[in-house]
Design a protein around this ligand. Structure first.
Ligand SMILES: C[S@@+](CC[C@H](N)C(=O)[O-])C[C@H]1O[C@@H](n2cnc3c(N)ncnc32)[C@H](O)[C@@H]1O
Length: 241
């Protein structure tokens, strides 16, 4: 849809349509390095996915029927590429709005020679709604989402009840939503929202947090955090219906 043909918020509301106005990110126009730009030119034709492709057929996208893991907000993509490299038996889709992050991820993916990774440069909420089939994902990953520290910004946190419900629909039954954060107040918020969300079972035996699973790579930032005594909380919730 072109900008001029898009309904205004007011028109849409008069038509009884819901337009999402609160977003979990602020678009930063960071500059691409030469390496990132070159990686986008080289890899986009094979690894890039766009929102206007509509609902995806994973078998056509990956050329196989392997299980699909989707990561929301992969940042520079370091841990996503590492996971894709370590698990060639799985397919990975990453979604990020920050273009330099997409470039950095493609640069790493190219260097690592991974073939089981595809990326979107788009809002994950829209990609999930419009491009990801229901009951199709084995795992959904959300690592260190923007914590929106100030109380008046908490509504921007991506983990909310309606988000949890939309994600659940995309997971296969027994599929897992895996979150990690280094911000205790956000960890508590995630636990509260996810415990209230219908159709999920907490995989923690103590009904709160789980130890970092081996398959989630430890980031440099986390290693430093550990030395400084900062905490990291992992949460894993399984879809049971
Ligand atoms: C704090 S960073 C963490 C990045 C990475 N997961 C890591 O652990 O280093 C959060 C990232 O989520 C991205 N993000 C936030 N909301 C998003 C959305 N709705 N769709 C796609 N990306 C989003 C931001 O652009 C940012 O790069």
């Amino acid at each position: 849809m072109s900008e001029s043909s898009k309904p205004t918020l007011e028109q849409a509301q008069q038509d009884g349509k819901h337009i999402r106005t609160i977003r979990s990110f602020v678009k930063r126009e960071g500059r691409l390095t030469k390496g990132q730009a070159a990686a986008i030119d080289k890899c986009w034709p094979t690894m890039g996915l766009t929102h206007d492709m509509g609902m995806l057929d994973f078998e056509a996208v990956f050329g196989n029927t392997n299980d699909v893991v989707l990561e929301i907000g992969f940042g520079m993509g370091k841990s996503l590429v590492e996971m894709a490299k370590n698990n060639p038996q799985l397919n990975y889709i990453g979604i990020e709005v920050h273009k330099p992050g997409v470039g950095a991820c493609l640069m790493d993916a190219d260097a690592a020679g991974v073939t089981n990774l595809r990326v979107f440069e788009h809002d994950a909420v829209e990609v999930l709604a419009d491009c990801i089939p229901d009951s199709s994902l084995t795992t959904l990953q959300l690592f260190f989402p923007d914590p929106w520290h100030k109380k008046r910004h908490h509504k921007r946190r991506i983990v909310q009840l309606d988000f949890a419900e939309n994600l659940r629909r995309k997971l296969k039954v027994t599929g897992v939503f895996h979150m990690a954060t280094d911000w205790e107040n956000y960890a508590e918020h995630m636990l509260e929202v996810m415990s209230a969300a219908p159709g999920y079972k907490n995989q923690s035996t103590t009904q709160d947090y789980v130890p970092r699973p081996e398959h989630r790579p430890l980031t440099k930032f986390e290693q430093r955090g550990h030395r400084l005594g900062h905490g990291v909380w992992d949460l894993m919730f399984e879809r049971y219906e």
